[in-house]
Structures are given as structure tokens and as C-alpha cells.
Design a protein. Structure first.
Length: 191
């Protein structure tokens, strides 16, 4: 054994030596903990806990929207919209989206007249909506506000009468199409 290790063993063999070693270990632990706290104070201003990735798997593919052209009689030109033409697409709508992905609107089409209300659940931006009947005549138009994530009963927005089509745009966007009492919607083919 080296002379240094022999001296250390002799010191540790006494009660005073063990107490010094214990105080040294405690001091190092406290200093290390303080260093972690001080360094951690330089972290992000709004820290949050990361969520664990989901361990569940799904076989359902993400919902893709086609595109469809449309025209409104009160304004010149044709426009291009995201198409919500199935139950899954109509249910998804603009959930989780803050824009229209380059489209002018989202057009909801129904195979038969509908009276289903629209709900802004999980839609992060306010929208405007216009409902049209089977002949393309305006039924009603209104603005829809976002629903806070912690709200369990989001307000619903209804046309008040049966409709066949609905157009959603970012809030205030219906003015671009001059939607009014005499507006008639024509839905075309893909764009």
C-alpha cells in the first residue's frame, strides 16, 4: 500500500476522520445541488414539462382534403377551396389549422339537405361561415369565435334552415366574396 493510502486509512480509522469525510461528502452534495439550481435558473422563461410520446398506434391515415372550384354570383371570377365532402372531412374541417393552405375557402358539401350545426372545437382561429341551400342560394352567414381548449361545451353555430353547402373562411373573409342576400353559390370541379 502506498504511504498516502496508508495515512488515509489511518485517518479514516478514527471517529474524527469519519466525521470529516461525512461533512466533506455532505458539503460536496450541497454545493452540487446549488450548482444545478443556479444553472437551471438560466433555463427557458416559460418552462413546461414535455409530454411523453404516445404509445398507441393508429392505422387511420391522416385526413387529406381535395380541392374544388367555386363561384359566388356577387363577385367576378372562380375560386379554389379545400373540399370537405365526406363525414370524416366535414368533421375535421379546419381543426388545428391557422390557415387555408393557399386555398380561398373550405367548402363543405352534403349529399342531402342538412341542419347540423358547426362547432369551433379545436379550431385555433375565428372563422366566418355562409350556408347555402341545394340551389346555391344564401341561407345565412355569421362569424364564429374560437373555443378555449379548457371549455367542455363549445357554442354551436346553426344555419336555422336546411342547407346543402357551407363555406368557411378566416373571420371577415366573406366580404371578399360580397356574400349577401342575393348571393348564389356554384360549386364546380377540381381546381
Amino acid at each position: 500500500m502506498s504511504p498516502r493510502l496508508a495515512r488515509l486509512a489511518a485517518v479514516l480509522d478514527t471517529g474524527a476522520g469519519i466525521r470529516r469525510l461525512w461533512w466533506l461528502a455532505t458539503a460536496l452534495f450541497v454545493l452540487g445541488s446549488l450548482a444545478f439550481i443556479v444553472k437551471g435558473a438560466d433555463g427557458p422563461k416559460n418552462p413546461s414539462l414535455a409530454t411523453a410520446p404516445s404509445t398507441t398506434t393508429t392505422t387511420a391515415p391522416p385526413i387529406e382534403f381535395g380541392r374544388i372550384s367555386f363561384k359566388i354570383s356577387t363577385v367576378q371570377g372562380k375560386f379554389c377551396a379545400l373540399l370537405a365532402d365526406t363525414d370524416a372531412r366535414r368533421e375535421r374541417g379546419l381543426m388545428g389549422r391557422t390557415d387555408l393552405g393557399g386555398a380561398d375557402a373550405m367548402v363543405f358539401t352534403f349529399p342531402v339537405d342538412s341542419t347540423l350545426p358547426f362547432i369551433m372545437n379545436d379550431v385555433p382561429v375565428p372563422l366566418s361561415i355562409a350556408w347555402f341551400d341545394a340551389r346555391g342560394r344564401l341561407v345565412r352567414a355569421t362569424d364564429m369565435e374560437t373555443c378555449p381548449p379548457d371549455m367542455t361545451n363549445c357554442p354551436s353555430y346553426a344555419a336555422g334552415r336546411p342547407y346543402r353547402y357551407a363555406i368557411e373562411v378566416l373571420k371577415g373573409g366573406l366580404s371578399r366574396f360580397k356574400v349577401g342576400a342575393s348571393s348564389v353559390l356554384t360549386v364546380g370541379s377540381t381546381c
